[in-house]
Write a protein that binds this ligand. Structure first.
Ligand SMILES: [Zn+2]
Length: 775
């Protein structure tokens, strides 16, 4: 706003007596490059924008209730973003946003948005397409909140989704979330063009949906007496967790979602993850109980009995009531994951059923796994009777199910989605490694690392043929709530990674570009803030990176933010403020240990302080070459990571560690002149649970010419013992008599295979290394 405009604003304020009565003169124009990025955007150069004014009307075809509702929703979005209250009606004309249907648009969910200064025309092949077009308008408008008029740039958007199934899953079994709060989360999904809400309704720790035929499921099964305080703590909080949805509340969610063109997919997980049901009806289990609603998390051996006709009838009855509540769901999810067969192997009923069915162990599929497929396929027949499809987690593949009737949700990893698609199953991709937004390890990733990991994921693996890729029908993000008790955590786990997810689901993979995405992300974060959502704010922190410059160990340091915000920094260890130097370009540090602190300040709002100490030793910022090949997923900037002065942190996925799989570490550091040395050390990060072991030996060689090396020291290191802790930083050091060296070769022996005590015994191990120190 110019000073004159401010004056007019104040005059208007005084004359009108209130903020609402005054009409601002300034016009701000938005941007059609929204998230998820539309397929095709053509901006009309030099044309005037379409200005949203209180006289603007959103028009819908008379008699079309869906578009009428969509028009009202769009009016709400416009009010929230620009502060302008627009009208809705059925008489189209100038100054209107005209919603309509155009059957010539080829894609079912496709839309065409045509913007001129006079009128906005938004057509979809279906009402769903129109809805996605209104979401584009919603996100393309500038956030002015009444301080200026908002306008849409003149142009055309032709858009349609990459995938027909665009899902998000929320687990309400481990922790209960209210109907009102779920509606807010459905709004977040709608903002990202998501069209399936996968509602995980039952768990070992709580049954959350009313089933009229089995009232104890909610009387008993929806309450657990307490919860373990942390993984493996053995301590319990003494606080009951309870809650369930009545059938009419669940229908309310279905209706709310449907108004946003989101279909709810209910999940009743069976035959595993059923302790809450077993606690309610012990006769459904193999032993008859007694059972208790679980108070800790994990996989439990007590599951539904696979050989009891009454149990099967229970499953069918429950699924039939579920289908009454969710009549529009094309899929019914019946879980099928994490179902140990411990009890089935001992249970006379299960074994009798196996004999009756003539099931035999095969090389690939045990007879108990085949019994699970029998159980699930019996339930599937109920689902098929009502014209719906069964959806299940990828463990179902263990029993060789029919690809015609089983849609697979591939969660265990990328290999599962590849296998499922190759076997001919319709497959929804949601690997724990990229799209489980509640995974603690990946939650510790920060900023661009966190969002980029999702964004750079490829749902249709390049290992699939074009024909097999057709079986990948969708992509989904998941939040499990073992450790998600409140809205703050729920929201920062979702946002902003759901924005990256939405581009995997919707946008054209050929246009995938992380930098372009990050440029568009700023506005999306502002929309989250406008709605009061708690997004993960470390995306706004400063990234400090350092690399060598010339000879002599000089380092060049750069300080970046994803949105090029103003950065203030210090190099003397003091806290940066708005008075500190402003970062303008990379700066040089001479070979001494320095602490850099940096902070971004956006419109007076400060990010957290990023702190990094660049620690110097003889190897720091010197040339290094590798004689081994790091794992492709953990290479980052390569060998230079090991001598960049930045010590590894408490997360092996952070980009600070070099990961090596099944090989020894072998590297040569060029000290660039002859130096006297007496010790070498290297940091290792140990996570035996993730197959990440330490060094079993260290050798040091020196050379004058970089060709002829001789060994000067070696030592062996014991293999990790059973019970070794995860997430441990360990520095391995080797000292020797003072020696002159120009080149130093360091060989680190990997643990060849996982030891006998490890669940993966015999498999190769990972080695995660950072920062070589030569003194
Ligand atoms: Zn049994």
């Amino acid at each position: 706003m110019t000073k004159n405009q401010v004056k007019m604003w104040i005059v208007g304020l005084l004359a009108g007596g209130s903020l609402l009565a005054c009409s601002p003169k300034e016009i701000q124009t938005g941007n059609l490059n929204v998230i998820p990025l539309p397929q095709e955007i053509t901006e009309t150069a030099d044309a005037s924008p379409f200005v949203i004014r209180s006289s603007t009307t959103i028009c819908y075809p008379e008699g079309n209730a869906k578009l009428e509702h969509t028009a009202h929703l769009l009016a709400t979005y416009i009010k929230e973003v620009t502060g302008t209250e627009v009208k809705t009606g059925t008489k189209a004309g100038k100054n209107c946003i005209v919603l309509g249907l155009d059957p010539s648009i080829p894609q079912k969910e496709g839309y065409i948005l045509n913007i001129t200064s006079d009128q906005v025309i938004l057509n979809g092949q279906t009402e769903a397409g129109v809805f996605y077009g209104t979401q584009t308008i919603h996100k393309a408008l500038p956030i002015t909140e009444g301080k200026a008029l908002g306008s849409l740039p003149a142009g055309t958007v032709k858009d349609f989704p990459q995938y027909g199934y665009r899902g998000f899953m929320i687990d309400v079994g481990r922790h209960f979330f209210s109907i009102d709060y779920l509606k807010e989360l459905i709004d977040v999904m709608a903002l990202h063009n998501i069209n399936y809400f996968h509602w995980h309704l039952t768990e070992d720790q709580g049954w959350r949906i009313e089933i009229k035929k089995y009232p104890k499921l909610t009387e008993i099964g929806s309450v657990r007496k307490e919860t373990i305080t942390a993984p493996g703590s053995g301590k319990f909080d003494g606080t009951p967790v309870k809650g369930f949805y009545t059938q009419s509340q669940a229908k309310e969610i279905v209706a709310y979602a449907a108004e946003r063109f989101i279909t709810v997919i209910p999940e009743v997980d069976m035959p595993g993850h059923m302790l809450a049901a077993l606690a309610s009806y012990p006769e459904l289990g193999c032993t008859g109980g007694p059972y208790e609603v679980a108070t800790q998390f994990g996989v439990f051996k007590d599951v539904l009995c696979g050989g009891n006709e009454k149990t099967l009838q229970f499953a069918k009855d429950v699924i039939n009531e579920i289908m009454d509540i969710f009549p529009d769901a094309p899929y019914i999810h019946i879980g099928g994951d994490e179902c140990p067969k411990t009890e089935w192997k001992k249970c006379p009923k299960c074994q009798a059923k196996i004999r009756e069915l003539g099931l035999r162990d095969t090389k690939e599929h045990s007879k108990e796994n085949q019994l699970q497929v029998y159980f699930m396929s019996e339930v599937e027949k109920e689902i098929a009777k009502r014209g719906k499809k069964m959806l299940a987690w990828d463990e179902i593949l263990e029993g060789n199910p029919d690809p015609q009737t089983t849609t697979v949700m591939a969660w265990t990893g990328v290999p599962a989605s590849i296998r499922s698609a190759q076997l001919g199953h319709q497959t929804i991709v949601c690997p724990i490694t990229h799209l489980y937004f509640s995974n603690p390890g990946y939650n510790r990733l920060k900023g661009v690392n966190s969002v980029g990991r999702v964004y750079n994921f490829e749902p249709a693996s390049p290992k699939l043929t074009e024909e097999e890729k057709e079986n990948i029908i969708g992509v989904q993000g998941c939040i499990w709530t073992e450790w998600t008790k409140d809205s703050v955590k729920m929201e920062w786990q979702m946002m902003p990674r759901i924005a990256a997810l939405s581009e995997l689901q919707w946008s054209n993979p050929a246009q995938k570009d992380l930098n372009s995405f990050l440029k568009r992300l700023r506005h999306q974060l502002d929309l989250y803030a406008l709605s009061g959502y708690h997004y993960k704010e470390d995306i706004e922190d400063v990234t400090i990176s350092a690399g060598p410059q010339g000879e002599g160990g000089e380092a060049v340091v750069s300080l970046t933010t994803f949105d090029n915000a103003p950065v203030f920094y210090t190099t003397d260890g003091s806290e940066p403020t708005a008075e500190s130097p402003v970062y303008t370009q990379p700066f040089t540090l001479k070979g001494e240990t320095t602490t850099i602190k940096a902070k971004a300040i956006r419109n007076g709002r400060e990010s957290s302080t990023a702190t990094t100490t660049l620690e110097y030793n003889l190897a720091t910022m010197r040339p290094i070459t590798l004689n081994c090949t790091p794992d492709a997923g953990f290479t980052y900037k390569g060998a230079q990571l090991l001598v960049d002065g930045l010590t590894g942190d408490d997360n092996y996925r952070s980009g600070r560690y070099l990961g090596i799989y099944g090989q020894n570490f072998d590297a040569v550091v060029d000290l660039q002149e002859e130096k006297e040395i007496s010790s070498v050390s290297i940091g290792t990060y140990l996570v035996p649970g993730d197959y990440i072991f330490g060094l079993t030996g260290l050798e040091v060689y020196v050379s004058e010419d970089g060709k002829n090396f001789h060994k000067i020291a070696s030592k062996s290191i014991p293999t990790l013992e059973k019970g070794s802790k995860n997430n441990v930083l360990k520095r391995e050091e080797i000292s020797f008599n003072k020696t002159k060296a120009h080149y130093v070769r360091i060989v680190g022996k990997n643990t060849p295979v996982l030891p006998q005590w490890h669940p993966g015994a015999g498999k190769k191990t990972f080695l995660f290394l950072d920062e070589i120190a030569i003194q």
